[in-house]
Ligand binder design. Structure first.
Ligand code: 3PY
Ligand code: MG
Length: 257
């Protein structure tokens, strides 16, 4: 399975979705539907660590590249995500250079950081103790995605972008809209302008940008403004919308009495 970083480097737009339901079947369904990647969401939703591991295994079997979103800038959770075997870690709400550095340090072995070492973890192929290349290979292959989703992160974007080993900036339009004082208004000109600015500034540093969309029109607009990594909805959203659409589409006669 191609790691997220390699897919990103290939340059074409990537399609993913957030996986919040701790059922292996969903990861398989998404993989077999031909999506590029699944973001196992341990920030929101109902995903515990056991569920995350289950999904990682199922996703791999279905050819779906995995990203694990941790709940925050927690070095233990970041290390654990990579030890589990996720090919990328996504860290929410990065507001400063220090937080970005902390995230990267937890994801990279020396000399790129101080990631906790266990050469017997799943992500280390269960035994890399005698593999001298393991540390460098892992540093080179695993991706770090940091989320910019607030005014503070935008204000400090220049410094955040200068932290080595950040592979992708992921915009969180819902948190961003809230931070701009317009919660829920993810397609408002203010949010879109902020997104354009992030894409432009990250592009100047050669860093790819991803974002979250909840309608095909929004996803198309994201492509138009230069978003390379499209995360379309969550599994919960897609299932809920389909069930509701079917309920509305089937016209049932009213009861006769
Ligand atoms: C947001 O919109 O805030 C996100 O983090 C998307 O997952
Ligand atoms: Mg968010």
């Amino acid at each position: 399975m191609t790691p997220f970083k390699a897919k990103l480097r290939a340059g074409s737009p990537l399609l993913g979705t957030f996986l919040q339901i701790p059922a292996a079947d969903v990861a398989e369904i998404v993989g077999k539907a031909g999506f590029d990647c699944g973001i196992i969401d341990c920030e929101h939703g109902m995903m515990g660590t056991d569920g995350a591991l289950l999904l990682l295994r199922a996703a791999e079997g279905a050819g779906l590249t995995t990203i694990l979103r941790v709940p925050g800038v927690d070095p233990h959770r970041i290390t654990q995500a990579l030890d589990f075997g996720a090919s990328a870690v996504m860290v929410p709400n990065i507001q400063s250079r220090q937080k970005a550095e902390k995230a990267v340090a937890a994801a990279k072995y020396h000399p790129g950081g101080n990631r906790g070492v266990c050469p017997f973890a799943r992500g280390a192929n269960y035994d890399s103790a005698n593999d001298a290349e393991y540390y460098l290979r892992s540093n080179a292959e695993t991706a770090v995605i940091v989320q910019i989703e607030g005014k503070e992160g935008i204000a400090n974007l220049h410094e955040i972008l200068s932290v080595p080993s950040i592979d992708c900036i992921f915009i969180g339009p819902f948190d961003l809209a809230q931070s701009l004082g317009i919660p829920g208004q993810v397609t408002s000109p203010q949010v879109v302008e902020a997104m354009r600015d992030i894409v432009k500034r990250a592009g100047q540093k050669g860093i790819a940008v991803g974002s979250f969309s909840v309608t095909p029109e929004q996803a198309q607009r994201d492509i138009d403004i230069g978003i390379q990594f499209l995360a379309y909805g969550t599994d919960t959203m897609i299932i809920a919308r389909q069930f509701r659409a079917i309920r509305h589409a089937i016209v049932r006669p009213a009861a006769s009495r």
